[in-house]
Design a protein around this ligand. Structure first.
Ligand code: CDV
Length: 312
């Protein structure tokens, strides 16, 4: 029995601070309707889709910071997204800033959820690799305060059975880390959905700027090939609040090949019919983990966090 899943990568252009959640949800619904017309089963939206990428600003007023967070999902403002997706028989994944009361205290995460065509949340992921800094660095042209506004995710990298396959998620900077894909690969992941907000200028390493497109593609292609999985990479791109950000959303097959790619830095849907069995020829040969992996030799990966030179 063949297992095909038609997936739409719903790239978003910029979301400015003046845009309300209702404005954004309206744009997302346009994507959903087009996705339905194009035969999609599942639509993937970017990281922190619902608001502007607020970690670019140093803020000290907690109420102002919390205004960018979702206290419930769905809420009054996001319910129309869930309702329309269900009406159209579509699933979706979406990234948002999550504020939750957990363990008797308020916690804030950079979260992505997977919603089934029945409108129910099938999986949740909280971003593990938080880039940037925790203190104000006024010398930067803009801030990247994810380490201040979010906690490190506490849900691991879950892979769930949904949409007829094994589905995983990660968020933005996670895509640059081989561990992200491998932890999901060890759960037989068949599709990794991820969204990103990637400024084209990286203040601590401006020499990387010209390689932004290459590094984005390189990371996702490597993750896909080395784990025999589809990778759906979706940007919030374009110039947001004066900060130009990478677009270049793409769908990468388990061969590592890019099979669909956005051509603009605006709202744009790219679609591919993904064979969920396409990874099998990789995971049963070159990357048959059971046969070829040597975890006893990889102990340093979990025992040591930072790199150290050899002694002597
Ligand atoms: N939102 C992100 O995680 N952005 C990072 C930038 C700061 C490098 C990224 O990895 O794209």
């Amino acid at each position: 029995m063949s297992r095909f899943l038609t997936v739409g990568a719903a790239q978003m252009g910029p979301v400015q601070r003046s845009h309300t959640r209702r404005d954004v949800v309206e744009r997302m619904i346009v994507h959903l309707r087009e996705a339905r017309r194009m035969g999609c089963d599942l639509v993937v939206f970017p990281e922190l889709t619902l608001t502007t990428f607020f970690p670019r600003w140093w803020m000290t007023d907690q109420a102002e910071i919390d205004s960018f967070f979702e206290k419930e999902m769905p809420s009054n403002e996001t319910a129309p997204l869930f309702t329309e997706a269900k009406r159209l028989g579509l699933g979706f994944s979406v990234g948002y800033a999550e504020l939750v009361n957990e363990g008797g205290r308020v916690r804030r995460f950079n979260t992505a959820i997977l919603v089934g065509p029945d409108g129910r949340i099938a999986s949740k992921y909280r971003k593990v690799h938080l880039p940037g800094h925790a203190e104000h660095e006024p010398q930067r042209p803009f801030q990247h305060l994810e380490k201040r506004y979010f906690e490190v995710g506490n849900l691991g990298f879950p892979v769930v059975k949904a949409f007829g396959g094994n589905m995983g998620m990660c968020v933005c900077n996670d895509r640059r880390w081989p561990e992200t894909y491998r932890v999901m690969g060890l759960q037989n992941v068949e599709m990794v959905m991820l969204g990103y907000n990637t400024p084209l200028h990286n203040a601590p390493s401006p020499d990387h700027d010209e390689h932004s497109w290459f590094h984005n593609q390189l990371s996702m292609q490597a993750g896909a090939y080395q784990n025999g999985t589809w990778v759906i990479g979706v940007a919030k791109g374009g110039t947001e609040e004066g900060v130009p950000s990478l677009a270049d959303s793409q769908i990468v097959s388990p061969s590592g090949k890019v099979v669909a790619r956005a051509g603009s830095d605006r709202d744009e849907l790219i679609v591919h019919r993904c064979d969920l069995d396409a990874g099998k020829s990789y995971t049963s040969t070159t990357f048959d983990f059971e046969r070829h992996r040597r975890p006893d030799v990889y102990r340093l990966i979990v025992e040591r966090r930072g790199a150290r030179p050899p002694a002597g």
